[in-house]
Design a protein. Sequence first.
Length: 153
Amino acid sequence: MKLISGRSESKSVRIAVLCILLVLIITSCSIQLISPYNAETQQATFRCASLVDRFYGTLLEADEQNRQYSKFSDQYVAIESELNGLVLRNKVRSLNQDSTDIAERIAKLWQKYKSRHKNDNTYSTGNAELDRDRLARMFGYAVRAEDAKKPNE
């Protein structure tokens, strides 16, 4: 009887030790589901947001009849280049799909607004204000998404 009870206790001890080890392993492992915070990406986002805001500030300062596309085409090209760089910066980081999606949406909106301006050869004050606000919100999302990746200290 003692032999059976000794084996039973030994088996219980082994199971307990295995459970403790398993708990220690699980709690010491961390699974990373998003890319780590990147200050350079956040600064690039702020830089793009500033360029876009300055563009709309300049546009809104001009009278509506003086908002021909050709007067703003160089700025469109420069900003689009920066936005494409931001998309690429986000794309090459692993586990960064949400931030990449936001950057791509910003770039697509910019291209849409650029195309509309080019086709209409003017930019109404109402559209400019709405577009500026929409892009500012999108940049806010992008900055908060990157900021959320900061490690808790």
